[in-house]
Design a protein around this ligand. Structure first.
Ligand SMILES: [Zn+2]
Length: 250
């Protein structure tokens, strides 16, 4: 398995530094959203806008037009896009710490022993400053940056995102049940293995009831030899679990 842990110098802080008034002013401009990286928080809208342009201009000309506009923004906001030495030093510290912890805890090996299957052959992790607070996975590319709210916070979430990447790679349906199981594998169990700390309340609040319902089955799963795919399928076939999942309005 090849894991690349990297960062994009322009996006360490989530996006170019642009004063708030401009973010509001250009909020409906696709090129601006891509430039400032605000598209990350609105990826559906971005895809829709991109597709609209593809229909009119084709893929290549669309990117030509967008890049031309991005260059203009680059020039216009250059003076704001400067980071202090302290901000950069803090980021590099976070970056090194995360890399070291992944190695020290043999993170992905441990995760593979929980899910009993191989993770994607190639996984790329883009780290951001801790203050950005993002966690997204597109295909097998993970974007992550979050304050270390507790021990091993970042690496547990990287494991969480790595399972999303695995399901993406296998075109495996992702729903509330698979998401709750990802949380049991990582936020609940892996966190315990790494830090000795365990609570069912960590994870998306809207999934807490579902996690709690699946927990007794998950404990049996840990003693079995099944892989995560089989376990998710099994849980989808249990009526009382379906019922809890269907109640979730997200
Ligand atoms: Zn998730």
């Amino acid at each position: 398995m090849n894991i690349t842990i990297t960062y994009d110098k322009n996006y360490i802080f989530g996006g170019r530094k642009v004063p708030k008034k401009y973010i509001k002013k250009y909020e409906n401009d696709l090129a601006f959203n891509l430039y400032s990286n605000h598209h990350i928080s609105n990826i559906e809208w971005t895809n829709k806008e991109l597709n609209k342009m593809f229909q009119i201009y084709g893929v290549n000309y669309t990117f030509y037009l967008i890049n031309k506009k991005i260059d203009i923004y680059e020039e216009k906001f250059k003076k704001y896009n400067v980071h202090t030495k302290k901000e950069l030093a803090d980021f590099y510290k976070y970056f090194d710490k995360t890399k070291k912890e992944i190695k020290k805890y043999k993170l992905f090996k441990k995760l593979e022993s929980i899910i009993r299957t191989k993770l994607p052959k190639n996984l790329t992790i883009f780290l951001y400053s801790e203050n950005v607070h993002i966690g997204h996975t597109f295909g097998n590319i993970i974007h992550f940056g979050h304050t270390e709210d507790w021990k091993c916070y970042t690496i547990v979430y990287l494991a969480h995102e790595a399972i999303h990447a695995l399901l993406n790679e296998n075109n495996f349906k992702q729903d509330h049940i698979s998401h709750a199981i990802i949380e049991l594998c990582t936020d609940y169990h892996l966190r315990y293995l790494l830090s000795g700390y365990q609570t069912i309340s960590i994870g998306h609040p809207y999934l807490t009831e579902l996690r709690t319902k699946i927990l007794p089955y998950f404990e049996k799963y840990l003693e079995s030899t099944k892989d995560i795919f089989k376990f998710i399928e099994e849980m989808r076939n249990i009526f009382e679990i379906q019922q809890v999942a269907e109640k979730i309005k997200i």
